[in-house]
Write a protein that binds this ligand. Structure first.
Ligand code: EPS
Length: 394
């Protein structure tokens, strides 16, 4: 399974292309994809752009009469904001009499964004040529692909949710046992957070950051349940599922660290308080009555899923568009000046969690197809069932 996105933040729209999906998956975009796009648009701390957009997909190919065909699934998300950018983002050369202001060029690169390195690498002058694609608007197309992967995984009892662990250094208290329906428990919270007290304090911190022209990062956690033992492999570096998940999450705009299970905490403790004891669990059918006493490993050992919930965390830096501008240099004349600023979010950690879910869904769907490959959903199911029967009989 592979996917690709295309599109600029203020261009005509975004394209999402998913290839390698088996045939016969029951898929209704208003039911399965659009609600995921809506979840990505939410969260306290987002900017005015999210009031303009109301993301929906339009399917171009790969789906007929509510079932996938096994052919590439192509989807479009139109940008509503495009109507305000038809001159600046036109694909045609500008008319001779164009007002230069209408081109909305930007020459003051923002520290932390791709602006400066991008113009050097691609030999551009206007940082808009870089920032339009570097923008996290692109993640809407990832969420569309991830929503389809999620629908596929649901067929096999795999469910994915996420929640926010901290924003701006304010940490949520997390219960020992997470709610079974994690998204059901947090989607109505403005921060997608399980701790109402921390939520109130974070909202206050976001308001303060907004007032001072600052931004806040944070940490989200993605949890996948029902994952069978045996996805990924220990045999080669690029087959290891922990590495594949890390790359997928790290590629999300502004994610600067990825943690599997209790990865960061584990580095501080001795091994006897890190590894998960192997115990007899008579009702653990899939593993022949063998289970684990804890899940600090986050559902992965040796790059292979253990059958325990998969737990991955994304650490997001604060968004780099700052109204309280940092020093920069004007690319037109080399003079010292403050960095450019434009409409942006104060914090987008809850949305990043939704994008994290999409990336985890895509990696898991790929790993599932790699092990139980088939051209139809029923063929994948037969292969998975045969494997599970074999595990039970061991
Ligand atoms: C985003 C759309 C963008 C930003 C944000 C994410 O819209 P605009 O730039 O028009 O306000 O809100 O992108 C960034 C924070 C960034 O640095 O690029 C979205 O759809 O998620």
């Amino acid at each position: 399974l592979s996917f690709r996105t295309a599109g600029e933040s203020h261009g005509r729209g975004l394209i999402a292309l998913l290839e390698g999906l088996p045939a016969g998956l029951d898929l209704v975009t208003e039911r399965d994809v659009d609600p995921q796009l809506e979840r990505r648009q939410g969260g306290y701390g987002r900017g005015r752009r999210m009031k303009i957009e109301s993301d929906r997909v339009e399917v171009i190919s790969g789906l007929r009469l509510g079932e996938t065909l096994g052919s590439p699934l192509a989807m479009v998300i139109w940008n509503r904001d495009w109507e305000n950018w038809t001159v600046a983002m036109s694909s045609e050369p500008p008319p001779d009499d164009v007002n230069p202001k209408a081109l909305r060029s930007m020459y003051l690169p923002r520290p932390g964004h791709a602006d400066l390195v991008g113009v050097f690498k691609y030999d551009r002058r206007d940082t808009r040529d870089i920032l339009e694609r570097a923008s996290a608007r692109e993640t809407a197309a990832r969420v569309a692909c991830g929503a389809v992967a999620r629908r596929f995984l649901e067929e096999f009892g795999i469910r994915i949710g996420s929640h926010v662990l901290s924003v701006g250094g304010i940490e949520a208290e997390v219960p020992d046992a997470l709610p079974e329906d994690l998204n059901g428990a947090v989607d109505d919270s403005p921060l997608r957070c399980l701790d109402p007290d921390a939520t109130d304090r974070i909202i206050q911190a976001i308001d303060e950051a907004r007032a001072t022209g600052d931004t806040l990062g944070g940490v989200f956690e993605v949890v996948a349940t029902g994952v069978p033992v045996g996805l990924g492999s220990h045999v080669s570096w690029d087959a290891k599922l922990d590495g594949r998940l890390a790359q997928a999450l790290m590629s999300i705009q502004a994610i600067k660290a990825v943690e599997i299970g209790d990865g960061i905490g584990g580095a501080l403790r001795p091994g006897t308080r890190v590894h998960d004891p192997i115990v007899r669990k008579p009702d653990e059918e899939r593993m022949g009555g063998i289970g684990r006493a804890s899940n600090r490993a986050g559902g992965l050992e040796g790059g292979i899923t253990t059958g325990e919930p998969l737990v991955v965390r994304g650490h997001m830096k604060p968004i780099s568009t700052l109204r309280n501008r940092l020093p920069s240099v004007d690319l037109r004349d080399g003079s010292v000046a403050d960095a450019a600023t434009e409409r942006s979010d104060v914090s987008a950690v809850p949305a990043a969690g939704v994008v994290g879910e999409a990336m985890v869904a895509l990696v898991l769907a790929d790993a599932l197809l790699e092990k139980f490959g088939g051209d139809s959903v029923d063929e994948v199911r037969r292969n998975l069932d045969g494997y599970l029967d074999h595990l039970r009989a061991r």
